[in-house]
Design a protein around this ligand. Structure first.
Ligand SMILES: O=P(O)(O)OP(=O)(O)OP(=O)(O)OC[C@H]1O[C@@H](n2cnc3c(O)ncnc32)[C@H](O)[C@@H]1O
Ligand SMILES: [Mg+2]
Length: 177
């Protein structure tokens, strides 16, 4: 079985690796950069979800894997609060795409202001923490949850949901659900 994920980000690849090795221990995992075909900093749940779906489809096209994952981070403002939102999608060989969201957590207003000016969360977080490429490691979620949950763990939850939905679909293909 061949599984692929469309990114070079260490937190995202690590999350897929951890969950795939748990449920499909014999699978081969490949990772490669693909286009998200949305803004580098998505600004709504809808755009972030679309980025995840596009990455999954583009990964499937490039690899012809049995399961191709796309993971995307973005932000969405609700009630004047800016949340970091996270989405994933998996594309199957038959063209089916399943998407699912993950954790959404509030960003401090000082960070939100920078993003409203057009900056990207990744570089803004590097300046805020004085840590290079924090998006590959604990990420914004690690910093703003006092390191109780890191970016890899956050994406592991999404990948688990997606694999669960694939298994449910495969097990219930004949049913009317
Ligand atoms: O290489 P890719 O797969 O693109 O991984 P990425 O870290 O750039 O992640 P996204 O494109 O999915 O995220 C969109 C933007 O939000 C930033 N971002 C999202 N979540 C973050 C987090 O937890 N910590 C730091 N930056 C984050 C990210 O760096 C981008 O600027
Ligand atoms: Mg990116």
């Amino acid at each position: 079985m061949k599984i692929a994920v469309g990114t070079e980000n260490k937190a995202k690849v690590g999350a897929v690796q951890a969950i795939v090795s748990k449920y499909f221990p014999d699978a081969q995992l490949e990772n490669l950069e693909v286009a998200s075909d949305v803004s580098v900093q998505p600004f709504s749940n809808e755009e972030t979800r679309q980025g995840a779906v596009n990455r999954a489809r583009n990964t499937l096209l490039k690899t012809n894997a049995d399961l191709a994952f796309g993971l995307e981070g973005g932000v969405d403002e609700i009630g004047g609060v800016m949340y970091c939102c996270n989405w994933g999608a998996v594309a199957m060989k038959d063209g089916t795409v399943i998407s699912s969201s993950g954790a959404q957590f509030a960003l401090p207003e000082v960070i939100a202001q920078e993003l409203r000016m057009g900056k990207e969360l990744g570089p803004v977080m590097d300046v805020y923490t004085d840590i290079e490429n924090i998006r590959h490691h604990q990420g914004a979620i690690g910093i703003f949850t006092n390191d109780l949950i890191d970016r890899k763990q956050m994406f592991e939850h999404i990948v688990t949901i997606l694999i669960g939905q694939v298994l449910f679909k495969l097990n219930n293909q004949q049913s009317s659900l």
